[in-house]
Write a protein that binds this ligand. Structure first.
Ligand SMILES: [Zn+2]
Length: 242
């Protein structure tokens, strides 16, 4: 709340073009991507459900994701939730049956610090947007991160996968049963950024462990992997692997 007030009182500039005024000016708002696409990470974690995304993790979108998640810029919730809704809509295709959106859990201590769950908020926003279109969509925060995992930045795909393996669970069997009982409800995992797919794959595993089979992954943005992941690390100048 304080951050929102600060933005309003102190004034701000557009995260897209730095023009003073709104944090996302009308021009940059209208320039946001709106065409969903399937973005398989390279390499793709085995068994990963179809990953949908709308934007490249770049420019204004990246600034909004980081601002919303780490800097308390809650004002971006609606725009990012809208982008996520585009992704979910694509993942659902023409099927207008019941859908349960499950946010990827944040690391313990990282996001709920301010008593605000950024990803949960985006998923609820996307679900509300889709319900307004007459679709049967609910949001359910079924997953938690059980232990501290190392910050993912700078880790290779393999390291991320190892880092996250077994880190998530569904602590509410009742909730999972509820989700299962919904007639033909399909589960879509939601995240803000698709990088290696490791987070989504772990979420998939944890949901599978309580009998839920996610059918797709919907994200706001996907990173472009400019450096091919080399298991031997030849292109990435890292120290010896432990
Ligand atoms: Zn702008």
């Amino acid at each position: 709340m304080r951050d929102v007030l600060l933005d309003l009182v102190v004034g701000s500039e557009c995260v897209g073009c730095a023009r003073p005024g709104r944090m996302l000016c009308p021009r940059c708002l209208h320039a946001l991507p709106s065409v969903p696409r399937i973005c398989w990470p390279q390499p793709t974690p085995p068994g990963l459900v179809t990953p949908w995304s709308v934007a490249d993790y770049d420019g204004a979108v990246r600034a909004m994701v980081v601002g919303h998640k780490d800097r308390g810029q809650f004002t971006f919730r609606r725009v990012l939730g809208g982008l996520l809704a585009v992704s979910v809509r694509a993942a659902m295709a023409d099927d207008d049956g019941a859908v349960v959106l499950v946010p990827a859990p944040s690391r313990p201590g990282s996001s709920r610090r301010r008593g605000y769950d950024p990803m949960g908020a985006l998923v609820r926003t996307a679900a509300a947007r889709l319900r307004a279109e007459g679709r049967d969509v609910t949001a359910a925060s079924l997953l938690v991160s059980n232990r501290r995992v190392v910050d993912q930045a700078g880790l290779s795909a393999g390291e991320r996968s190892h880092n996250l393996s077994g880190s998530m669970s569904c602590p509410s069997p009742g909730l999972a049963r509820l989700a299962r009982r919904r007639a033909r409800a399909r589960v879509v995992i939601c995240d803000d950024v698709l990088t290696t797919g490791s987070t989504a794959r772990e979420a998939q595993r944890a949901l599978g462990a309580v009998g839920l089979g996610p059918v797709a992954l919907a994200t706001v943005a996907a990173t472009r992997r400019r450096i091919p992941d080399q298991t031997g690390g030849s292109l990435l100048s890292r120290g010896p692997r432990g």
